[in-house]
Ligand binder design. Structure first.
Ligand SMILES: Nc1ncnc2c1ncn2[C@@H]1O[C@H](COP(=O)(O)OP(=O)(O)OP(=O)(O)O)[C@@H](O)[C@H]1O
Length: 282
């Protein structure tokens, strides 16, 4: 996919650049010297970076730079060949996705993974939040408590739907949602768990301008008001440059540059990385 820019005539909050000075918070996620090869291809090649608490950190780079593979390593979907990943100071390298998820680190996928034949509300209520109803013992002997927890879960799901302005589609099959609504639902699924760090894989892809504005302001709000830290992969440069600070640029499996949006925008090696990749072929 090519590096995209959204129309510059739009005067929404997308045009307002984030403040500088994102390097002050404590390190929440530490990626150190990650290597991941598929056969002879080094998809990730000694990649290191930090994500600091309270930031919306952007991860960009040409196609095939290794961004999604880094996400997959962080969230336990694949195990790195070498290197270390620490979350809140704890080594999480090689843990299973559910273990990492339970520790407060959630992700969305490039292609949303909704349960298409279930309702939007059910999709949210399905997210594991330590429900007591899962064991037979609880189902048989602690029915009242299980029901109370289900009600709490439903109330939380309705609150998330309201916040994301998806209440009107709560009974709709999730498979019938538009691409943008599915992205909002993915964000909603992460919110069900009260996450500390959310990894977003191309949140803007396939999202129309109206929903993109809403998604962007949701992320800004959740960062500012709820203290959620974000790491997001994105090709939409307007979104990245207005929302993220710092911006990390990956090329050929490793970190090339990290800086403010302004620094990254003006960096010659970043330009060359993009020119040498996608644009050269275009
Ligand atoms: N499971 C896999 N098996 C073999 N090769 C893979 C696998 N996953 C990724 N790759 C390769 O690793 C390289 C990095 O892929 P990755 O998807 O991480 O890049 P990316 O930066 O996320 O790209 P894009 O922006 O296009 O999504 C690519 O050459 C890709 O083809």
């Amino acid at each position: 996919m090519a590096i995209h820019t959204t129309p510059t005539t739009d005067t929404t909050s997308l045009d307002a650049g984030p403040d500088a000075g994102a390097s002050t918070g404590e390190v929440l996620l530490e990626v150190r010297n990650i290597v991941k090869a598929f056969g002879g291809l080094h998809a990730v090649d000694h990649c290191s970076f930090d994500v600091r608490r309270g930031t919306i950190t952007g991860l960009i780079g040409p196609n095939g730079a290794g961004k999604t593979t880094v996400f997959n390593n962080i969230t336990g979907f694949i195990t790195p060949d070498s290197g270390t990943i620490r979350y809140r100071g704890k080594d999480i390298t090689g843990l299973r996705p559910d273990q990492i998820f339970a520790s407060g680190l959630c992700r969305t996928f490039q292609i949303p993974r909704e349960h298409g034949s279930m309702s939007v509300l059910e999709n949210l209520m399905l997210v594991p939040t330590q429900q007591k109803g899962e064991s037979i013992w609880n189902a048989l002997f602690r029915g009242a408590e299980v029901r109370r927890q289900e009600e709490e879960n439903r109330a939380k799901a309705l609150e998330v739907l309201g916040y994301l302005e998806l209440t009107h589609v709560s009974d709709e099959y999730a498979g019938n949602l538009s691409g943008g609504q599915k992205k909002l639902l993915e964000l909603g699924r992460t919110l069900m768990t009260g996450p500390e760090l959310v990894l977003l894989d191309e949140p803007a892809a396939g999202v129309n301008r109206t929903l993109l504005k809403r998604l962007t302001s949701n992320i800004e709000y959740l960062s500012r008001e709820r203290g959620i830290t974000f790491l997001l992969i994105e090709h939409d440069m307007n979104m990245v440059m207005s929302l993220c600070n710092p911006v990390i640029v990956m090329s050929e499996g490793r970190k090339l540059v990290e800086g403010t949006p302004e620094e990254v925008r003006n960096n010659q090696s970043v330009l060359e990385a993009y020119l040498g990749g996608q644009y050269a072929a275009a």
